[in-house]
Design a protein around this ligand. Structure first.
Ligand code: BES
Ligand code: MN
Ligand code: ZN
Length: 515
């Protein structure tokens, strides 16, 4: 996609396939651009409003052909809901809907006029349109034998010159173009990283093995000058990583522990953040095998790994002042002649022993070793991201990610990052009483806690391995995929929580520089 910035006094007079203008539900005052379009179209927009066909509601997209009255072939009126409720998230959603609709109509190039309303500045708005537009246009097409080219090829941001700059930062007019360009490229970097995560999750397991995942990570590291280490099976054996080795035992594909580091503050090694991801490239359940119905969805059981690898790529491009390490624990979970069996006991990296009551509770086993490795590395703030439990989908649906923590301060940062990106996060309790359910008769802990509060007992299991390091666990089993197109989400992988992780790194870095 080609993205361009154009300065024009009269954006509706541009020759293009479509010009996007916006409208609010509760405000009769049009923006200047919407007003200009309405006048040029002999009041077509006001007429549609009077007839009740345009209401200005969120997610509303109305395409009006200009029939020669304007150089643009179409004016596209996008509803933004109530003016007082405007946010970056609403703009992202609107952009996703509008661009996807226009692609469906065969439109090849789109001009969009920026808005700056209320608390939403023009920079934030520009970034939101790029993110929402690009993510809304996302498609996973690489396995179709026929060419499925994206027909919508050009997005132009048309802004009125600085005489009426709307609400921008304090900088002078000279920096106006510069500021918007920066927002656009920021949006592009973030949308690209999210799309890469979506690709990895949508990719079938025969194309996304632990080895493929490691290769992708090595490529990203070399593109962005990051340190990368891939631990192979013998390394894991030397380090006593019995958790991931136990899960990998039934598979013909070798497991990989993938470690990528970005040094954004090399003089202060303690200014660091660890992003850990569950990377089960296919989860059959192992000997505690799953049913056939819907098992194919388990190709996406590496969404946590995809998220942390993609996030560190964007972080490397945006260069916040903090050291970030991504660790992805990658293996298949297969039943096989050498597979681990219910009742087996494993010893994890830090020495703790685990009774494997159910081989389908494998995510927490690989994460136990990832947590051990992260702590040994000296990472002092850890976020783990995992499609860990079906129970979280029962509790929260596909609307929000479940969060668990041993440190409210770190969770507050994660929640703030989630709010700014529109990726919803909700905390679940970690009362000590739940630990009881993970007690084993033969080992330090067992990997299942029974039917009750399945997502919480899974988190309590992980808490045994994060120990006293500030840690947040994000269970994305419900949010890593979605079943219909909506706003900037497209059926299939969502890329959650890549944007939150990027925003978190930035936020922690900014806090650190303030101090
Ligand atoms: N990968 C699954 C969880 C999952 C379920 C992710 C649905 C995405 C959609 C995980 O490894 C698993 O199988 N969890 C078990 C745990 C149980 C055996 C304690 C579950 O949720 O049933
Ligand atoms: Mn499982
Ligand atoms: Zn799993």
């Amino acid at each position: 996609m080609e993205i361009e910035l154009a300065i024009s006094k009269d954006p509706v007079q541009i020759e293009t396939d479509a010009v996007i203008v916006d409208i609010f539900e509760d405000s009769i005052d049009f923006t200047d651009t919407t007003m200009a379009a309405d006048i040029a179209l002999s009041n077509a927009i006001s007429t549609l409003i009077n007839d009740g066909e345009i209401k200005g509601k969120r997610d509303e997209v109305t395409v009006i052909h200009t029939l020669g009255k304007l150089p643009a072939r179409r004016i596209v009126v996008v509803g933004l809901g109530k003016q007082k409720d405007i946010s970056a998230e609403i703009v992202r959603r609107a952009a996703g809907n509008a661009f996807r609709k226009l692609r469906g109509l065969g439109v090849k190039s789109v001009h969009t006029t920026l808005l700056a309303v209320g608390d939403l500045g023009i920079e934030e708005s520009a970034q939101a349109i790029v993110e929402g537009g690009l993510l809304g246009l996302y498609k996973f097409t690489r396995h179709f034998s026929k060419d499925t080219q994206n027909t919508l090829k050009k997005m132009t941001f048309t802004v009125t010159p600085p005489e009426s700059p709307g609400k921008i930062s304090d900088q002078g007019n000279n920096d106006y173009e510069n500021l918007i360009s920066k927002s656009i490229s920021r949006g592009q970097i973030i949308a690209d990283a999210t799309s890469i995560a979506r690709d990895m999750v949508n990719e079938p397991s025969n194309f996304m093995t632990p080895t493929h995942l490691a290769d992708a990570a090595v490529q990203i590291a070399s593109d962005h000058n990051l340190e990368v280490t891939i631990l192979d099976k013998p390394d894991m054996e030397n380090m006593g990583m019995g958790g991931i080795l136990g899960v990998a035992a039934g598979s013909a594909e070798p497991p990989k522990m993938i470690i990528i580091s970005y040094q954004g503050d090399p003089d202060n090694p303690d200014n660091n953040l660890g992003l850990l991801g569950k990377g089960i490239t296919f989860d059959t359940g192992g000997i505690s095998i799953k049913g056939a119905a819907g098992m194919g969805a388990m190709k996406g059981d590496m969404a946590g790994a995809a998220a942390v690898i993609s996030a560190i790529k964007a972080i490397a491009q945006l260069r916040p002042n903090i050291n970030v390490t991504a660790i992805a624990a990658a293996t298949e979970n297969m039943p096989g002649g050498s597979a681990q069996k219910p009742g087996d006991v494993l010893q994890t990296m830090g020495g703790k022993t685990v009774e494997v009551e159910n081989t389908d509770a494998e995510g927490r086993l690989v994460l136990a070793d990832a947590l051990g490795y992260a702590r040994q590395m000296g990472l002092n703030k850890i976020i783990d991201v995992a499609t860990l439990t079906g129970a979280i989908e029962v509790a929260l649906g596909d609307i929000c990610t479940g969060a668990f923590t041993n440190n409210q301060l770190l969770l507050a940062s994660v929640r703030q990052a989630g709010e700014s990106t529109g990726e919803k996060i909700w905390e679940l309790p970690m009362f000590d009483e739940y630990k009881q359910q993970n007690k084993s008769q033969v080992a330090d802990v067992k990997n299942t806690g029974g039917r009750k509060a399945g997502s919480i007992t899974a988190a309590q299991f992980l808490a045994e391995f994060s120990e006293d390091t500030p840690w947040v666990h994000l269970d994305i089993a419900g949010t890593s995929t979605c079943d219909r197109d909506q706003g900037y989400l497209v059926r299939g992988a969502t890329g959650v929580p890549v944007r939150t992780l990027i925003s978190l790194a930035q936020q922690l870095a900014d806090k650190n520089s303030d101090a």
